[in-house]
Design a protein around this ligand. Structure first.
Ligand SMILES: [Zn+2]
Length: 488
């Protein structure tokens, strides 16, 4: 195992692309050994990473420094390891609701602390000094929100530097005069690789440093490392890499860091089918970041052609969680053939620890240029809005005893409950529940509305959509998460 790694590093110079796979196969396949188990969902907080940072403090391989504080007084740490002349600065989660790379950073620490790949890590850390700033926006992370406590976007504060979080990033960048900077973010799960149904699971950008989008050595080196990372991620998520728009944003950190002379690399974690908590994407981050560090350490990226950067497909935003194609919709006695796109929005609990989904119709009409994580060809199907079951059901227990699928097949997507307690919300039945006196919410299959309907063909209902989740009634298959409770 270990010797393959060394061998690969040596052979890289001769034949880079042929051997890339071997190295990353080892990283990818052994990942589960390094995955930090305490960070297992997206709503991680400052208090979750502090014990892990404290542990690194007692490890002589690391230098751990408090370098700043968030507006609400949470420590921002710089964690450094290595003795090399090449300084690599990596910061994550400057947007509080973008935690995927923060998790990957702690996986990387576990990897570095393991007894595996010893010779290879020795080489890596003799060439590089790695400096990590995980969770740059802990106040935002606390509320799982993009902005900091001042309500501003830190990534538009590189010039004004009003946020202490932005100030510390600038100060550390300047003091290290880092050779490479990794700006680690999450992007919308609705991005796709241009003109394909594949999600942009990972997107890269070597930000421009001027409006002309010139390419100097600093930006060129970032592009080369990106080409290298792309070639690796293609192996595990084929076609699922996008290139982020490189329009110059004078206020953004990536663009300015490029301008200040650090080769800036943006990594955006997007979406991956059936990976709501982005744990597969986290693994791809781990592989991508470590691979990049290795190519920077051995210098092989220098042989890569910048032209290949432009060949990475651009990001587009053409994905829905659910797309229903070519259903028949009747309005005022006339039939129309339509598509709709539905997304599952997240509504957080009051502690920002968990969430439930609210489905929303986000587009309607000819959506032939769009794609879905799930797609239904509803040709020949009639869309019929969901009805309220006419009988009053006493308790949630009574409802549980009923055949919900039969209700859906009869076109009912709501039931009315006589005795309703907040605890009942924990019961996840695929039907919406109305409190006794609650009116049915205004429903029409239109943008902004909550989608609840059935698809009927030849008098038979084959599909139900409840709170935007598709339920295939023929085989009772579904990725259903939750319905909606209308009541106190
Ligand atoms: Zn971001």
């Amino acid at each position: 195992m270990k010797s393959i790694f060394t061998l690969v590093l040596a052979i890289f110079i001769v034949s880079m692309t042929a051997q890339v796979g071997d190295m990353t196969t080892n990283l990818y396949d052994s990942y589960s050994k390094y995955k930090e188990p305490s960070l297992d969902n997206r709503r991680i907080k400052h208090e979750d990473i502090q014990p892990l940072i404290l542990k690194l403090k007692s490890n002589p391989a690391y230098t751990v420094q408090k370098v700043g504080e968030s507006i609400k007084g949470k420590d921002i740490s710089l964690i450094s390891i290595g003795t090399g002349d090449i300084n690599v600065l990596l910061w994550s989660q400057m947007h509080g609701d973008e935690p995927t790379a923060t998790q990957a950073i702690f996986d990387i620490f576990n990897f570095l602390n393991s007894n595996d790949f010893k010779a290879e890590k020795k080489e890596l850390l003799s060439q590089l000094t790695l400096h990590f700033m995980p969770m740059l926006n802990p106040d935002g992370a606390e509320l799982f929100t993009r902005r900091n406590a001042l309500g501003i976007d830190i990534n538009r504060d590189a010039l004004m530097l009003q946020s202490p979080e932005g100030q510390v990033l600038k100060r550390i960048r300047d003091s290290l005069d880092a050779d490479f900077g990794f700006n680690l973010h999450d992007q919308s799960t609705y991005y796709n690789a241009e003109r394909t149904p594949k999600p942009a699971t990972i997107s890269y950008l070597a930000p421009a440093y001027n409006y002309e989008k010139d390419i100097n050595d600093v930006r060129g080196n970032a592009m080369k490392v990106i080409v290298f990372m792309n070639s690796i991620i293609q192996k595990y998520a084929p076609g699922q890499v996008g290139r982020y728009n490189d329009d110059f944003e004078p206020r953004a950190f990536g663009d300015n860091i490029q301008k200040w002379g650090t080769s800036a690399i943006l990594i955006e974690s997007g979406g991956y089918k059936n990976d709501v908590e982005k744990q597969e994407i986290r693994k791809l981050n781990f592989v991508s970041i470590l691979s990049a560090c290795y190519t920077i350490a051995n210098g092989n990226y220098k042989n890569i052609s910048i032209d290949d950067y432009e060949k990475i497909p651009q990001n587009d935003r053409k994905l829905f969680d659910l797309k229903i194609e070519r259903f028949t919709h009747n309005l005022l006695g006339k039939d129309y053939i339509l598509d709709i796109g539905i997304n599952h929005l997240e509504v957080q609990d009051k502690n920002y620890d968990t969430f439930y989904n609210v489905g929303s119709i986000v587009e309607k009409g000819d959506l032939s240029t769009f794609y879905g994580y799930e797609t239904v060809d509803a040709t020949g199907y009639r869309l019929i809005e969901g009805k309220v079951y006419p009988e009053l059901i006493q308790t949630i227990k009574d409802l549980e005893a009923m055949d919900i699928y039969e209700l859906l097949k009869s076109g009912y997507t709501y039931v009315r409950l006589a005795q309703f307690s907040p605890k009942d919300k924990d019961v996840s039945l695929p039907i919406n529940i109305l409190d006794k006196d609650q009116k049915i919410p205004g429903f029409y299959v239109n943008i902004g509305n909550n989608p609840n309907f059935v698809l009927q063909k030849d008098g038979q209902v084959d599909y139900a959509v409840v709170n935007g989740f598709l339920i295939d009634l023929k085989n009772q298959e579904s990725n259903f998460k939750n319905a909606i409770f209308y009541g106190k």
